[in-house]
Design a protein around this ligand. Structure first.
Ligand SMILES: [Zn+2]
Length: 322
């Protein structure tokens, strides 16, 4: 769906999103026993959506939070990242996991000695169910300003239902949220001496956003890249995609953008993308040498991701020419 037509169909999509939540809520009530669920200690029930793939349950298991580099803390569960960037003037939260993730975020943020009510901004990598599902509840708990790119703001407002990828709506849907601030390429979010710069990296979602910041570490300036994602989801076509005709051009430009950014520290919305578990273990075992500082890794990660993209594009072009 194009953003232009989205405006006209927005009330319908919002209704659809709310109906899906209601339906999945009813299903949850019937199928609650035995399924993985997180409940908030304040009595607010936060349940795992049983329509989500079984293998995603492990992504939402709590893991120990830790200070990653400078003001950047990892506060997410084991598989889907959330980063808390702390300053004297308040904090910035990047990504909120699934709708069932906020109790984990609250526990982790509190365990590190920070207050939820000090969170001033909520940012996102891209507006899919596993990264912004918790936005609505985190907004309620913190009163923070929700920041998103224009296209991801449209996806957020639809509760994940106006995504082009054609995945099942019962899986992709999440509590809708209206962005308070829309950012364009090059815009910044500044708080307490920390500046995050927005880089539009469309393709995985139309509004997929990568963020950069600089961190002073051991007398050096470390360039941190919060990668937004470039994954081409199963079933998504790069050639002749009626829902997203410019997807191949967008991804081509996105790889140029990402590879042009200086990067000493590569962080990503999925823990597996940047070897979170093994690097965290090494960080705890050898203070002083930060294993998240790794200049080679982003180049090789992005080069092999781009290679897979180009191979799929070539295959589809060959098939289309026949
Ligand atoms: Zn995604």
């Amino acid at each position: 769906m194009r953003p232009a037509s989205f405006n006209r169909s927005y009330p319908l999509l919002t209704f659809l999103a709310l109906a899906i939540q209601l339906l999945s809520g009813l299903t949850t009530l019937r199928a609650a026993t035995g399924d993985s669920q997180a409940s908030s200690s304040s009595g607010e029930e936060v349940r795992w959506n049983p329509a989500l793939p079984r293998e995603w349950v492990a992504w939402n298991v709590r893991r120990k939070p830790f200070r990653l580099l400078g003001p950047i803390h990892y506060v997410g569960p084991a598989g889907v990242s959330s980063f808390l960037i702390t300053t004297e003037a308040g904090h910035i939260l990047l990504d909120t996991g699934f709708a069932a993730t906020p109790p984990i975020l609250r526990e982790n943020i509190t365990a590190l000695g920070f207050k939820l009510t000090d969170i001033r901004y909520i940012l996102s990598s891209h507006a899919h169910v596993d990264h912004v599902g918790g936005h609505a509840l985190m907004k309620r708990w913190t009163g923070a300003t929700v920041v998103a790119s224009q296209a991801d703001a449209a996806l957020l407002a639809s509760g994940g239902t106006n995504d082009y990828s054609g995945q099942e709506l019962a899986v992709m849907g999440y509590p809708p949220i209206v962005a308070d601030r829309v950012v364009r390429d090059g815009d910044t979010v500044t708080l307490g001496g920390v500046t995050l710069t927005c880089h539009l990296t469309p393709g995985h979602t139309r509004g997929c956003t990568s963020w950069t910041m600089e961190v002073a570490d051991e007398g050096k300036t470390r360039h941190v890249l919060f990668f937004g994602s470039t994954t081409v989801l199963p079933g998504v076509r790069l050639v002749g995609n009626a829902q997203y005709p410019e997807i191949a051009e967008d991804l081509t430009r996105t790889y140029r953008t990402l590879l042009s950014l200086p990067c000493d520290v590569f962080l990503a919305p999925h823990a597996s993308f940047f070897d979170l578990a093994s690097r965290a273990e090494r960080l705890a075992g050898a203070p002083g040498v930060n294993p998240f500082v790794d200049r080679e890794f982003p180049r090789s990660f992005l080069a092999s991701a781009e290679q897979r993209f180009l191979e799929q594009l070539a295959r589809e072009r060959t098939a289309a020419a026949k």
